[in-house]
Structure formats: structure tokens, C-alpha cells
Design a binder for this molecule. Structure first.
Ligand SMILES: C[S@@+](CC[C@H](N)C(=O)[O-])C[C@H]1O[C@@H](n2cnc3c(N)ncnc32)[C@H](O)[C@@H]1O
Length: 201
């Protein structure tokens, strides 16, 4: 949905931004430079930066057509949210930028599994020791769906593209471990989503 200006509005973002902010607040107690992967509309960064003035937020997306919306959302907090940059997580090398944490919502299930691998590879390369990788979205646990709504969502994703689908938390944790990203915290979120926090060793 496009408003009167260039801002695109995701209803899911409007629902989840408050709960995600509550999960992020204790993680981001001091000044923190966050690289956001797959910013989409740009709502999340603008919302979090408006509520957490210590944030310095870098939006990115693989889709340049999303930049207009990201620019429009960041306008009121342009001192804390940088202009978006193009970043495909599957690139072998990501654009240089100093980060303390990486945030990625709702990408790894709406893309081929190669993006999960790319995200973890990039996070290993970009994060300093002690830096956080924070994922938000639905996951299966031990290979099983945690709710029938997630199963239906997974089936709809796979019908759109067989390479897409809800990822298993254990598989992601295992791959992350191979990338020196240790599981720090799993936070249960509304609507059967999770916030998953990894810390770079
Ligand atoms: C469902 S949207 C999520 C957007 C936003 N994070 C949110 O929670 O509303 C998925 C996003 O993943 C991005 N994406 C897909 N493949 C990607 C890739 N290889 N690298 C970076 N972003 C990618 C898409 O362009 C899209 O913006």
C-alpha cells in the first residue's frame, strides 16, 4: 500500500515493530551501529531509530526500487538512519561499513536458502567479536511447525517458489556455529514468530 508520499506500508511491520522494539531495547543499551539486511519498506529502521536515539541505522536491500520508500520513511530520523545502500547477501563481499550489529527480519524464508548462507557468511565477515546478528521471523523447531498458521504460511511460500520456505532453527543455529556465530537468545514473539540473537565469538 502506498501512502500520499513515497512510503510503502507493510501491515505486518505495523503489527510487529512494537514487539520487536521491546526485544531490541535491552540488546541496544549503548550507542550501536546497526546494518539492516533486507529493509523492504524501510519502516523498521525508522521506527526503531525514533524510539532508540542511540541507534545509527544503515538500511540495505537487494531491490533498488525499495529505496524511494526507505528514503521517505527515514526523513524524520535522517540524522540516525542513513540513506539505503544496495546489498545482496549472496555477494561474496559486502559493501564496507562499520557495524556493531546486524538486523534481518523476514528475509530468510522469503528467498532461496542461499540467502541464509550468505547472511551468515557476511555476518561473520562484518561483525566484530561480541557483535550481534538478530533475526526475526517464523521458524520450525526440531523440524516441526510450532503452529498451524506457520505450516499454512510455509506451504503458501513453497507454492510461490519451491526454493522458499520457513527455515528450521536448529539448521540455522548449526550453520551459524560454523560461522563463529553462537546462539545467545531465542525470544518468543507474537504470532508464532521468533527473535533469534547470535553473538560473534
Ligand atoms: C518480506 S520482505 C521483508 C522486508 C522487511 N525486512 C520486513 O520485515 O518487512 C523480504 C525482503 O528480502 C529482500 N531480499 C530478498 N533476497 C535478498 C538478498 N539476496 N539480499 C538482500 N535482500 C534480499 C527483498 O528485497 C525484500 O525486501
Amino acid at each position: 500500500m502506498r501512502g500520499e508520499d513515497s512510503r510503502l506500508t507493510s501491515q505486518a511491520c505495523l503489527r510487529n515493530q512494537g514487539p520487536i522494539l521491546r526485544a531490541l531495547r535491552p540488546l541496544f543499551s549503548g550507542p550501536v551501529r546497526v546494518l539492516e539486511i533486507a529493509s523492504g519498506t524501510g519502516q523498521h529502521g525508522a521506527y526503531f531509530a525514533a524510539h532508540l536515539p542511540q541507534l545509527c541505522w544503515q538500511p540495505t536491500d537487494v531491490t533498488r526500487s525499495s529505496f524511494e520508500s526507505i528514503e521517505a520513511w527515514r526523513a524524520p530520523v535522517a540524522d540516525r538512519v542513513a540513506p539505503p545502500i544496495l546489498l545482496d547477501v549472496t555477494w561474496p563481499t559486502w559493501p564496507a561499513c562499520a557495524v556493531d550489529a546486524i538486523f534481518c527480519a523476514n528475509m530468510i524464508h522469503i528467498s532461496p536458502f542461499e540467502t541464509t548462507r550468505g547472511l551468515l557468511r557476511g555476518a561473520q565477515a562484518r561483525l566484530p567479536s561480541g557483535g550481534l546478528l538478530i533475526l526475526y521471523g517464523p521458524f520450525t523447531r526440531g523440524g516441526a511447525h510450532t503452529a498451524s498458521s506457520n505450516l499454512a504460511f510455509d506451504q503458501s511460500l513453497r507454492a510461490r517458489d519451491p526454493r522458499w520456505g520457513v527455515r528450521d532453527l536448529d539448521a540455522v543455529v548449526d550453520l551459524a556455529g560454523q560461522r563463529t556465530l553462537e546462539l545467545e537468545q531465542v525470544i518468543e514473539m507474537p504470532a508464532n514468530n521468533l527473535t533469534v540473537v547470535f553473538k560473534k565469538v
